[in-house]
Design a protein around this ligand. Structure first.
Ligand SMILES: C[S@@+](CC[C@H](N)C(=O)[O-])C[C@H]1O[C@@H](n2cnc3c(N)ncnc32)[C@H](O)[C@@H]1O
Length: 281
């Protein structure tokens, strides 16, 4: 099972409880800390790439004369640095585009509609975030593989990803289990559209652009969610009453307060993600 390490295989012994309690106590701070650490690493990548490119420009005049080559060099180095510090793959796009965009904004008069278009674009990606919804933050490939590995031990007919983003977990699951109906719940328009397009050739994959709380939790044998500490109490309350006995809820990164996980898996990805696996009783 690649990228997966089991913290506790069975039984709710003291150590397992301790992991849960510590995580619950520091829920908000650990989430904020992990986001701040990611942003700090991203900043380091940009800064390092810029310093190296400026140093290179000292020896290579071509970098002085052609801003495009300077920008290409910095962007490429930033992407390499991002890979080296283990930032998730999608950060590479941001690193590649960051300095060229800053350059364009400063060098050319940018019409007001561009700012407006950017605000619209951000709104369509981060739809409910201002209302308190969880922002788009993608799971790693290792998380998807681990969910697939967990599902192999289950008798699953229907699987749901609550807040599926662009299908980072739901799509690999649908590909791995063609006989399992995979429902992705995602209400932010652009992630929903990307997820829909990515899965358009899969007969067992549907994406609903609706509130995840509208899902009929009783239909699923396995439910996966990567949300936030804020919604976990509500999710727990709903799942407890609606999921069937013996079914499985997998929560990435955030435990359900006061629930005891059947197991906690440590994933070997850049975020050292914890998967909390809860059996419904
Ligand atoms: C942290 S991302 C997780 C994405 C994906 N599941 C993954 O693991 O890569 C959370 C996603 O949930 C979506 N979301 C948040 N609240 C939601 C709600 N109430 N109904 C539907 N989707 C929601 C957000 O738009 C975002 O795309």
């Amino acid at each position: 099972m690649r990228g997966l390490n089991e913290c506790k295989r069975s039984g709710y012994n003291n150590q397992n409880q301790r992991v849960t309690q510590i995580t619950q106590k520091n829920l908000f701070s650990s989430y904020t800390l992990s986001i701040l650490m990611t942003l700090f690493r991203a900043f380091l990548c940009q800064a390092l790439a810029l310093i190296l490119t400026l140093l290179a420009a000292y020896f290579l005049p071509i970098l002085h004369y052609y801003p495009a080559i300077f920008l290409l060099c910095q962007s490429t180095l930033a992407v390499i640095a991002s890979q080296c510090v283990g930032l998730p793959r999608w950060w590479r796009v941001i690193h590649f585009l960051f300095l060229p965009c800053v350059f364009v904004f400063f060098m050319f008069p940018v019409p007001a509609w561009v700012y407006f278009a950017l605000v619209v674009l951000m709104t369509l990606i981060f739809w409910g975030t201002v209302r308190g919804d969880v922002p788009l933050f993608l799971s790693s490939d290792e998380v998807a593989l681990s969910v697939i590995a967990l599902m192999e031990a289950e008798n699953v007919k229907k699987f749901a990803d609550l807040g599926a983003g662009i299908g980072t977990v739901a799509l690999p699951v649908a590909n791995a289990f063609p006989h399992v109906q995979v429902d992705a719940w995602e209400r932010a328009p652009i992630p929903w559209l990307i997820s829909t397009l990515r899965g358009k050739n899969l007969a067992n994959y549907t994406v609903s652009r609706r509130n995840l709380f509208d899902a009929n939790f009783a239909e699923y044998e396995v439910i996966f969610a990567f949300l936030s500490p804020r919604v976990m109490p509500d999710i727990g309350e709903q799942l407890q009453t609606k999921m069937r006995k013996g079914t499985l809820f997998i929560s990435s990164s955030f435990p359900v307060p006061d629930w005891t996980p059947e197991r906690i898996l440590q994933i070997h990805d850049s975020s050292k993600t914890l998967l909390y696996c809860y059996r419904i009783y």
